[in-house]
Design a protein around this ligand. Structure first.
Ligand SMILES: [Zn+2]
Length: 77
């Protein structure tokens, strides 16, 4: 009977602590992706897009990011 009570307390502790533990353990893995996924400005239509989803074109040594291929093509014209 005491063993069952101990097990119940342990389970309760796990349920309470797990969200906290997850919050502590997850940020180091999530933060670098957030930095890489910064917003970049489309110079053609002035829209902000996520770098990971943007269409990139290199021109004059710098990389430009666009919301779509249409904007990238309009930029290089
Ligand atoms: Zn655009």
């Amino acid at each position: 009977m005491r063993g069952l009570l101990f097990l119940g307390a342990l389970l309760l502790l796990l349920v309470v602590l797990w969200p906290m533990a997850r919050r502590v353990l997850l940020p180091p893995a999530g933060r670098p992706r957030a930095i890489r996924d910064e917003l970049v400005k489309d110079p053609v239509c002035q829209t902000y897009v996520l770098r990971s989803r943007a269409v990139s074109r290199e021109a004059g040594g710098t990389t430009h990011y666009f919301c779509s291929r249409e904007c990238a093509e309009r930029f290089s014209e």
